[in-house]
Each structure stands twice: as structure tokens, then as C-alpha cells.
Design a protein around this ligand. Structure first.
Ligand code: SF4
Ligand code: SF4
Length: 430
């Protein structure tokens, strides 16, 4: 069967075999959950509980404080014991609601919606605290609030990062729920057409979705290539449309979201369940039982590592995939709504070779899915030539890491692009 794709990109070692055959299993929370009030892009939620309050799983503990913000819910039943500052995944700090688990598993639900209108679905996405679960964590109600109906809704089922298999297992095991969520997203957007793209290395998930889909949803097989799940790359692969520089998918009539977000919307609308748990892949050669775990937000990554077991010395812990994930300084931070994976990587799995000077081989440019010249930006920014670097448009970089992956000199090219963006922004601000 012919698969669709985008131009350039890379084929990193997949390593999905470690966890792809592990069905999703639940990990129960321990004695405490520490729930961050900032799990999304935008303003942190404001705490609406105090120490001593009783809560259930699904009780609102943080209220969205601005248009771009999201409600936060307790993930266990028990007693609030603190509202205090705590560590985040990126090494910063934010306020957390700490709940002492009573292990009674009492739940609080919203009223399920019957035949919801477009407005009802968007309102429910806000009430239930749904955010983009593919990593961006953008409040979903804001994304759904388009002025005009859109032409094409694209569901990203590519999960193109190595190791991660959480969306794959969800699509395989809960195809009907994912499809129901996809239809709700399409209804909220007034989408004329809906397409789900699944990479060829997940053919059984593709078949499961295809079987569950009707005439209203098209399921397409995508070539296995990184970064197939990048918004612009997915739009090009599935529609042939190019999103112009500086424009958004909506400017070409498309909206992209991912399978797990659609599933969360199904649960919020049909079951009245707010978003406070998700599927997380725990993998890497240091993990004894790599797998896909249904995890409550507010549990620590250390608890995930304990549940999956650590069988070897790891030298790097990553939240998310190895290409675009965040290196964590400790496993103390809490799992959030957008935590797709915890990777515990051994020395053999990471690159620890020191960079050497560029040999002008142009491999980085050949791999870049945004058609940039990473080596030029790298060289100029190291010489502090910000204006000259600007001419090579580092602002278009999606930080996918393809350039650094192929570079024989092991140049830290993503960091250079990030630095260039930062310096150009601050020069503009001045
Ligand atoms: S320059 Fe940016 S977009 Fe291009 S390959 Fe490197 S990280 Fe990806
Ligand atoms: S791939 Fe590395 S060595 Fe080759 S041109 Fe790019 S930065 Fe230079």
C-alpha cells in the first residue's frame, strides 16, 4: 500500500519494540499526589481548595485563571494537605496542590452530555480541563474556538518519536473511543473532512481505526519517518498543502490534534470525566518492564520508575521522546496532562561524543524538514552575528533535532537554533 509523507526528515532507530506489545495497565497512586497548577501553556490555574478540604478523583482543585489557561482536577480521593510551591519538569517551580490519598477511590463526574451542540462541546473541553496531550498542552477549548468552520481536521496518530507507544496502544485498544472523540472534535470545528494519519509501523492500530471508522472519517497510512507528526509535515503529507512561513495551520484551513486528546474529549463529553489521568510509556534499556501505563497526574516520575522497575544504571532521564523531550534533573516532578513518556537511558543509548568543527558536509540541511541551513545559523550565532543569522530564518525551526542527529561532527545544532531565536527575539524587543 502506498504511504504518504513529507520532504526530508530522518529514520532514527525506533526502539518501539521495547514497549509496543505491552497492553496499557494501570498504576495506582501512592500516599500522596502532588498536582501542578501549571500543566498547560498559558496562565497557571488558581487553587480553589485549601488544606483540610476533602476531594474526590475529578474534584476541581485549580480553576482556569485566564482565557489561555486550564482547569485542574484531583486525581485521587482524600484530603488536601498543602498548596505549595514544587518542582516542575523543566527545572522551574509552580504551585502544587498536595492530596493525601485515602485509597477509597471515590470519583466526582460532570454531567454527561447527550447530543451536544458545537458550543456544548467547546464548553465541556474547558470545564474538563482538556489540553493538547501530544506535548504542547495548549488549552483545547481555545483551539476549538475557530471563527469559521474549517476544511480539514487532521488527527495525528503518527507518534513518530522513537520509544513512545502510548498513543499506539490507545488507538489499538480503544479505537471506538478515539473515533468518538475524533467525531466530537470534528463537530466542534465544523470540519468538512476528517483524516487520521497513522504511521506504517502501527499497521494494526491503522486497521483497528479503519474498522471502527465510517464514511465520515478517512484513515491514511503514513510512511514511518521522523518528524512525521510535526504539524506542517503532517498537513503536507495528508493534504499536499504547505503552511507558509509565519502562518498557522488554520491559515490553510487545517487543524491538527492527536489521538489521546480526542479520546479525552470523548471521556469528558460522554462520560463526564475530567482530564486527570493518561497513558504514559515508560521505556529505555534501564527499565525492567518497559510498557504503557495508565497514570494519574500528580504522581511522580519516581513512582513510575519504581512501578516499571530499574534494572540498569541510567545516565539520562527524559520526559517525552529522545528527539524533542526534556532531560530531567530528577524524577521528583509530577506527571502532567502532557507527559507522554518517561525514558531512562543507559550510556549505550545516548550520544556522549564531544562536538568537533563543522566539515561543511551539508547533511544537516538535507535532513531539515523545514528546509533551513542549520550549519549557517550555528556558525553565525557562535560568532554573535545575530543579524546575519536572522537572514537564515531560525524562527522557522521546529526543534525536531534531525540536523543534530545526522551531523557527523556532533554539533549541538538544536541548541544553536534555540539560541538564535532567543537572541533575535531579545534584539527585537530592545
Ligand atoms: S534546524 Fe530546526 S527544524 Fe531544521 S532539522 Fe534542525 S531542529 Fe529540525
Ligand atoms: S551536518 Fe554537521 S558537519 Fe555537516 S554541515 Fe551540518 S553542521 Fe556541519
Amino acid at each position: 500500500m502506498k504511504t504518504k509523507t513529507f520532504r526530508y526528515g530522518i529514520h532514527p532507530e525506533e526502539r518501539k519494540h521495547l514497549s509496543k506489545d505491552a497492553p496499557v495497565i494501570k498504576i495506582e497512586a501512592g500516599e500522596f499526589v502532588r498536582i501542578p497548577l501549571s500543566q498547560h501553556i498559558g496562565a497557571p490555574a488558581e487553587a480553589v481548595v485549601r488544606p483540610g478540604d476533602r476531594v474526590k478523583a475529578g474534584t476541581l482543585v485549580g480553576k482556569a485563571s485566564a482565557i489561555v489557561s486550564a482547569n485542574i482536577f484531583s486525581s485521587v480521593s482524600g484530603e488536601v494537605v498543602a498548596v505549595e510551591s514544587g518542582e516542575t519538569i523543566t527545572g522551574g517551580r509552580c504551585m502544587h496542590v498536595v492530596v493525601k490519598n485515602d485509597f477509597e477511590y471515590a470519583e466526582e463526574r460532570l454531567e454527561p452530555l447527550i447530543s451536544p451542540s458545537r458550543e456544548d462541546i467547546i464548553k465541556r473541553a474547558r470545564e474538563a480541563g482538556i489540553v493538547g496531550m501530544g506535548g504542547a498542552a495548549f488549552p483545547f477549548d481555545v483551539k476549538l474556538s475557530v471563527k469559521n468552520p474549517i476544511a480539514t481536521l487532521l488527527i495525528n496518530g503518527s507518534e513518530c518519536e522513537p520509544y513512545i507507544t502510548a498513543d499506539y496502544r490507545l488507538m489499538l485498544e480503544k479505537a471506538e473511543g478515539v473515533l468518538r472523540g475524533v467525531r466530537l472534535v470534528a463537530a466542534a470545528l465544523g470540519a468538512a473532512e476528517t483524516v487520521i494519519g497513522v504511521e506504517a509501523n502501527k499497521r494494526d492500530a491503522y486497521e483497528a481505526l479503519k474498522k471502527a471508522a465510517g464514511d465520515d472519517v478517512r484513515v491514511e497510512l503514513l510512511k514511518t519517518k521522523y518528524p512525521q507528526g510535526g504539524e506542517k509535515q503532517l498537513i503536507y503529507a495528508l493534504t499536499g498543502k504547505k503552511v507558509p512561513a509565519g502562518k498557522l495551520p488554520g491559515d490553510v484551513g487545517c487543524i491538527v490534534t492527536n489521538a489521546q486528546t480526542a479520546y479525552a474529549l470523548y471521556e469528558a463529553v460522554d462520560l463526564g470525566k475530567p482530564l486527570y489521568e493518561r497513558v504514559v510509556t515508560v521505556s529505555g534499556l534501564a527499565v525492567a518492564k518497559p510498557g504503557n501505563y495508565f497514570v494519574k497526574t500528580g504522581m511522580t516520575f519516581a513512582e513510575l520508575a519504581d512501578a516499571a522497575g530499574v534494572c540498569a544504571q541510567y545516565v539520562k532521564a527524559v520526559q517525552g521522546g529522545p528527539m524533542m523531550g526534556i532531560s530531567m534533573h530528577s524524577l521528583r516532578p509530577s506527571v502532567t496532562k502532557s507527559s507522554g513518556a518517561l525514558l531512562l537511558l543507559t550510556e549505550d543509548e545516548i550520544r556522549s561524543i564531544a562536538p568537533t568543527p563543522c566539515i561543511n558536509c551539508a547533511r544537516c540541511a538535507s535532513a531539515c524538514p523545514m528546509s533551513l541551513m542549520p550549519m549557517k545559523i550555528d556558525a553565525l550565532i557562535l560568532k554573535d552575528m545575530v543579524n546575519e543569522a536572522k537572514a537564515y530564518h531560525p524562527e522557522l525551526c521546529i526543534e525536531c533535532g534531525c540536523c543534530a542527529y545526522v551531523c557527523p561532527a556532533k554539533r549541538p545544532l538544536v541548541q544553536s537554533q534555540r539560541l538564535a531565536k532567543k537572541l533575535i527575539r531579545s534584539a527585537g524587543a530592545k
